[in-house]
Design a protein around this ligand. Structure first.
Ligand code: GLY
Length: 314
């Protein structure tokens, strides 16, 4: 039994481990472990008080995958509930679909009886959004944003490659060897309305298969979507690579991505035996893990793989 998470999962990993200790399933552990991150107002990349889109509206993405059955559920651009991981789980368990977006995701959330108390962002976050945008645009442009047809230009100026990451990852393996993986995010700060990242895209930001292992990504979602990063890691293990080699190969695949906008990639992964790994393109990044016999999680450095980073506005 083990739980592995991105370092911002530190507020939830004990809850996930407690589920496993009490004989609960990997699925219950993932939901229990991610919800505290989603509720944490200090974490501005996930759930409540996450960075909003260019119009100041929250749009949350999440997914969950059951490695025993390869069932999955996901939501994208959810705007009416702090806990998208719970909605993603309900999609997986109650619908014949795997991904709901926008108004449909909000509608399903309400139908499931999930109630939001109060606003999804704090006054402080609204002020951060306004201050950041007004560095680039006049008051007149700012006030007219909902009615403009040039948001595609403003989004290029306001989105910051250092804020193309955030997100939380959590992978659990239970006493039966079943693996579940979960990802939740508010996505890029000041993204174009309707932009969906890798977190709810199965194979991109999240993949789990009991037979081989699981992987979950944070970082620039567009890159993980283009390279199918989470699935690649698991697939490389299926092809016989060990966990470290599989992670390294998936990272090196990103060097084949062309184009003008490339940024950071990070992921955590486990193999079918519960060995774990964390990788990043950036120095100084860590991840955490905890087994039921540990009183506290351990925080460890990620292995760095150097990958092309380009950010060209022209
Ligand atoms: N990896 C999170 C996102 O790009 O939205």
């Amino acid at each position: 039994m083990i739980v592995v998470a991105s370092s911002n999962g530190s507020v939830g990993i004990q809850a996930a481990v407690d589920v496993l200790k009490n004989g609960g399933s990997a699925i219950d552990a993932v939901e229990a472990g991610i919800r505290p991150v989603e509720a944490n107002p200090e974490d501005k990349s996930v759930g409540y008080n996450g960075y909003p889109n260019l119009l100041g509206e929250p749009e949350l993405d999440a997914s969950i995958m059951n490695g025993r059955t390869l069932e999955t559920g996901a939501v994208a651009a959810l705007s009416n509930y702090t806990y998208p991981i719970s909605v993603a789980r309900r999609v997986m368990e109650t619908l014949p679909h795997v991904l709901l977006v926008g108004d449909g995701a909000n509608r399903f959330t309400t139908e499931m009886g999930f109630e939001q108390e109060g606003s999804m962002v704090s006054d402080e976050m609204e002020a951060i959004w306004e201050t950041r945008l007004k560095k680039e645009m006049s008051n007149e442009v700012f006030d007219s944003l909902p009615d403009r047809n040039d948001l595609h230009e403003w989004v290029r100026l306001t989105t910051d490659p250092r804020r193309t990451y955030g997100t939380t990852n959590l992978i659990a393996m239970d006493k039966n060897g079943n693996i579940c993986s979960g990802v939740s995010t508010s996505g890029w700060a000041w993204k174009f309305p309707g932009r969906v990242g890798d977190s709810p895209i199965i194979g991109a930001g999240n993949y789990a298969d009991n037979r081989y292992g699981a992987a979950t990504c944070t970082g620039m979602g567009e890159m993980a979507i283009r390279a199918s990063t989470a699935h690649s890691i698991v697939f490389y293990m299926k092809m016989g690579y060990d966990l470290q080699k599989a992670c390294r190969e998936a990272m090196l695949d990103l060097n084949d991505l062309g184009g003008k906008y490339l940024s950071v990639m990070n992921f955590v992964a486990i193999d079918k035996d519960g060995n774990h790994a964390g990788y990043s393109t950036q120095e100084g990044r860590t991840y955490i893990y905890q087994t039921p016999d540990m009183a506290h999680f351990e925080e460890v450095s990620r292995t760095i793989v150097d990958v092309n980073q380009t950010w060209k506005l022209d």
